[in-house]
Design a protein around this ligand. Sequence first.
Ligand code: SF4
Length: 344
Amino acid sequence: MTAASSATATVHDPADLLAVARQQVLADGVGLSEQQLVDVLRLPDERVPELLELAHQVRMTWCGPEIEVEGIVSLKTGGCPEDCHFCSQSGQFESPVRAVWLNIPELVEAAKQTAATGATEFCIVAAVRGPDDRLMGQVRDGVAAIREAVDINIACSLGMLTQPQVDELAAMGVHRYNHNLEAARSYFPQVVTTHSWEERVDTCRMVRDAGMELCCGGLVGMGESVEQRAELAAQLAELEPDEVPLNFLNPRPGTPFGELPLMDGTDALRTIAAFRLAMPRTILRYAGGREITLGDLGTRDGLTGGINAVIVGNYLTTLGREPADDLALLSDLRMPVKELGKTL
Ligand code: SF4
């Protein structure tokens, strides 16, 4: 149970707020409510180190010291018919990403390289509204070929699904499915107009009900209010996802959000801690935008402020840090990489 209970308290004094969070989240394992999260996101800068320390203790207590490492590969890049305003893979904007398909041997090679970094998760991603028969066929062949060649958990992110597609992916042995809420329900219409927030939630619920692990996160720094950031965290908590990838907007040229400023680094750290305090037990993953938003020092602060999973290598349309750099940082922080077969 990660959602806040009705027994939660609301206080506006920063010291009291952190004391309440210490008891409620750290001791009792009950996530903060939406209003409490607004208060956390408004904590003054000088309280942020204390907030991060608490979020780190929560993560260590409820998840343990291990870090889950994942690699992602794009099976189909660009040319998506949807209009998510942050995304350079939309075919509706003048962004420089063209439609490209990967073949099965390339997919297997990417899975091998990911496994060689020590990662336990390999996520196959496609820029589509939802999979058609061609894509489902590619995924079926790809998953079978990877399972034959590499010992790694396979996740997929293929957009919105129908029930038969959910069932088919579960039968293939896909153990986790990613589908993000992207934004709070109240802000979603400012971010996407070609599908609804409710359609996203439907896919998430079907995935969970089919027994696959649910990976569901979002983006912050898209012009949303502090209240909407808290709303997103609370709505995610309600879905009880196994994993929450947290992205910071990396404004891509040619997209409607291409001119937005980068999120302030301290706000990004506040958000990481708030998400952890909303969801004490989830795998909270650094996803896109962390390098440009937080830099090396901030990346370290996030890892000791509630994050317990990373993506190694490149993202779908932007470059990440070298896997060796991330692995060295984890070793420096004495954070063991989760091994295959163990659950957090
Ligand atoms: S976020 Fe996904 S659905 Fe939206 S435009 Fe990009 S690839 Fe398409």
